[in-house]
Write a protein that binds this ligand. Structure first.
Ligand SMILES: Cc1cc2nc3c(=O)[nH]c(=O)nc-3n(C[C@H](O)[C@H](O)[C@H](O)COP(=O)(O)OP(=O)(O)OC[C@H]3O[C@@H](n4cnc5c(N)ncnc54)[C@H](O)[C@@H]3O)c2cc1C
Length: 372
């Protein structure tokens, strides 16, 4: 393998994973991140079994176990704590279960330390101004006035990717799906033993552990228009939504919510970029190309898997063949996550039955358990 000069635009979960694997494969990797403080917002994130396969590949599974949670199976309850279904989540990685959760900044810090240790040249507070792609190299001009020549540019800059805009100016825009999600952090209720979801009228609540002691609550709400929700109304609005659930567990959680609960509100958008996912020497990974709603808790996983597959294909073939092979291995798996998550949202908005919801979740978990 000839070492390549690679720049990764975006230091989220996808970009960091690509940076670590490509640097360790012997490439010269620059990672540019627009946020000078390399922050990740303070919400919990649920992790699918396949994510632990990725963390093991990065050598950070043991470190994850020190700071995050591993759980087993998903329980679906009615609004008054009636058990509706128990979905298995088989382990896909020795030493891990099929499910888990962690605070986003905790996972981001763990991966950032690993990125530095892999010898990646990390440049914070930097974006790009222009990508001039030619047959020999891509010349990238950065926002701080510097420039570099690269064999490969990887756009890992998320849902509103400027890299996507630069190479595919006519790409579809992210679509608001009519649902928003609330999240909060709380001590794990004693009744919650694994990821637990309560299905209410037009509203779904879930609780998932993020450490030995704490959990995060997520609540998806039907919201036909994407209006601004002022931060000073978040606590009362979330409590009002939880009022729809007679469940004693939810009542207890609602009573304990307060200004300390790190409440975050986010409208849900999705985007599946039609193929191709690359042009010339520029390729897109993660949310830049397949931004899913969180209904399968698999967005971070598929972005990190992209990085594994891209690194493997770059080890086997030159550009553009490696990029074509990357795209063809990733398309169907990522499409399933985005489309099935979108359908789960529609069902939650009243366009389907609980039975279809459970069946689709089970089928999708089965598909995601396949090798990548
Ligand atoms: C409400 C919500 C809940 C979710 N919950 C889950 C969940 O429970 N489980 C799960 O697996 N997934 C979940 N997801 C999806 C998951 O968050 C994303 O799929 C994942 O974060 C994508 O990672 P990424 O690295 O591709 O993109 P991002 O996380 O968006 O990272 C992009 C990075 O690029 C940087 N950047 C942006 N523009 C530039 C630029 N021009 N130059 C340089 N840097 C730039 C950003 O600062 C950021 O650091 C959820 C998504 C949402 C919206």
């Amino acid at each position: 393998m000839t070492p390549q000069r690679i720049v990764i635009i975006g230091g989220g979960f996808s970009g960091m994973t690509a940076a670590i694997l490509l640097a360790e494969a012997g490439h010269a990797v620059d990672l540019i991140e627009i946020d000078a403080d390399w922050r990740s917002y303070g919400a919990g994130i649920s992790l699918n079994g396949g994510t632990f396969r990725v963390l093991a590949r990065l050598g950070v599974l043991d470190a994850y176990k020190e700071v995050g949670a591993l759980t087993d199976g998903v329980e679906i309850w009615g609004p008054a704590d009636q058990l509706l279904a128990r979905l298995p989540t088989p382990s896909l990685q020795e030493g891990a279960t099929g499910n888990g959760g962690v605070m986003r900044p905790v996972l981001a810090r763990l991966l950032a330390a690993r990125t530095h240790a892999a010898g990646v040249n990390v440049r914070l507070g930097v974006s790009f101004a222009e990508i001039d792609d030619s047959a020999d190299a891509a010349r990238v001009t950065f926002s701080d006035g510097t420039a570099g020549e690269y064999d490969l540019v990887i756009g890992a800059d998320g849902l509103y990717s400027a890299t996507r805009g630069a190479i595919f100016p006519d790409a579809p825009k992210p679509r608001y799906i009519g649902q928003a999600v609330w999240r909060a952090v709380l001590p794990t209720p004693a009744q919650v033993k694994t990821v637990t979801m309560w299905m209410g009228p037009g509203v779904k609540v879930g609780i998932n552990a993020v450490s030995d002691t704490d959990a995060y609550l997520f609540l998806t709400e039907h919201r036909p228009t994407n209006d601004h929700v002022p931060a000073d109304t978040h606590l009362s609005a979330l409590k009002a939504l939880l009022d729809k659930f007679p469940s004693p567990t939810i009542r207890q959680v609602a009573a304990e919510l307060g200004p300390h609960s790190q409440i975050v509100y986010r409208p849900l958008e999705q985007l599946l970029l039609p193929q191709p996912w690359y042009r010339g020497r520029v390729v897109l990974i993660g949310d830049a190309v397949h931004a899913t709603t969180p209904h399968m808790a698999a967005g971070a996983m598929i972005g990190m898997e992209d990085a594994i597959v891209l690194a493997e294909e770059l080890g086997r073939a030159a550009i553009p063949d490696a990029l074509a092979a990357f795209q063809s291995r990733r398309w169907d798996r990522c499409r399933i996550v985005v489309e099935n998550s979108g359908r789960l949202a529609e069902i939650e908005l009243g366009h389907g039955t609980h039975e279809e919801h459970q069946r689709l979740m089970g089928q999708t978990l089965g598909a995601l358990a396949q090798p990548i």
